[in-house]
Design a protein around this ligand. Structure first.
Ligand code: BG6
Ligand code: MG
Length: 226
């Protein structure tokens, strides 16, 4: 049986559906700039940093702006996003997440967050799950965006565990790539046809226990290249 020492979680789209708030905030900005930004475009922003997201939106609109203006627009989007986050309550946590995190802790498995979001600590607080994490690596603590493995390597380091004993939970392709680049096992949360590079894909955490997950991981990992 493969030893599992830690589970590292992405935030947006894994623990909570904040992708729609990101979308609404970017959409407002795009409308103001006269850019036709769709839900399909929004898929490109998953797991991508705030400034890189803005660059993608500007490229959709074929707009080139100064760095100063871009910082101003990114701040503007974040203020709108924060308005949504501050109205969010703990019942927006995705089904089964809290029980799964608590069960990991009971089994003395390390639990860390690995998110590109600079708003991650605030969101954990709103969801009332800060205490369930042994380490929080957020967008303020990394300099390289996923698919670079930095965020997950820092998580493993903070928990003092070996990379091959870590499982990453991710909803974004860039996040699954980051886990692979870190030498960690990956569990995609969402659509198997999108997250094809993940070792295992689950629809969500509802009804999931650490034992059933580890069992599934053990069944697939010997057959799959990490
Ligand atoms: C990621 C989201 O988790 O965080 C991206 O998937 C987002 O959509 C990124 O752009 C940065 O978030 P924030 O909260 O720092 O703007
Ligand atoms: Mg995500």
């Amino acid at each position: 049986m493969k030893k599992i020492a830690a589970c590292l979680f992405d935030l947006d789209g894994v623990l909570v559906d904040t992708a729609r708030y990101h979308y609404l905030a970017w959409k407002k900005l795009a409308d103001e700039l006269g850019i036709d930004f769709t839900l399909e475009h929004n898929e490109l922003l998953k797991g991508v940093s705030r400034m890189d997201s803005l660059d993608i939106i500007l490229s959709i609109g074929k707009l080139q702006l100064s760095q100063e203006k871009k910082i101003e627009l990114a701040d503007q989007k974040n203020r709108v996003y924060l308005d949504y986050i501050l109205q969010m309550s703990d019942d927006e946590i995705l089904p089964g997440v809290k029980d799964f995190l608590a069960a990991l802790r009971e089994k003395k498995i390390g639990v860390a967050l690995g998110s590109a979001s600079k708003n991650a600590p605030l969101i954990l607080e709103r969801l009332k799950i800060t205490d369930l994490f042994d380490a929080v690596i957020d967008g303020t603590k990394v300099s390289k965006a996923k698919p670079d493995p930095e965020v997950f390597l820092k998580g493993a380091e903070a928990l003092s565990v070996a990379v091959e004993e870590c499982i990453v939970f991710e909803d974004a392709i860039a996040g699954i790539d980051a886990a692979r680049n870190a030498g960690m096992m990956s569990v995609g949360v969402g659509d198997p046809s999108t997250l094809i590079k993940a070792n295992l894909v689950i629809p969500g955490f509802s009804g999931l226990t650490p034992d059933s997950l580890f069992q599934q991981i053990n069944e697939v990992t010997p057959k799959m290249e990490l």
